[in-house]
Design a protein around this ligand. Sequence first.
Ligand code: SF4
Ligand code: SF4
Length: 67
Amino acid sequence: MRPVILKEKCPAQANICKAIIACPNHAISYVEDDDEPLGGRIEIDHAKCTGCGTCAKECCGMAIIME
Ligand code: SF4
Ligand code: SF4
């Protein structure tokens, strides 16, 4: 199982993202990108991710699914 962010549900704000704080492996971060409609995105580093599912539970917008 690995987490996938549903971008249409995610406000992509570093200061409100609960998933970034919740990840025990620091695998989630905010990336600024002017090409994104919201000016940035939440990104998951799958090399660091162990698939624990905590981010999906803590996500403020139910925007992370495990698949
Ligand atoms: S907690 Fe979820 S919905 Fe909120 S910013 Fe982070 S990934 Fe997006
Ligand atoms: S599944 Fe666990 S390790 Fe992977 S990004 Fe989410 S909280 Fe971090």
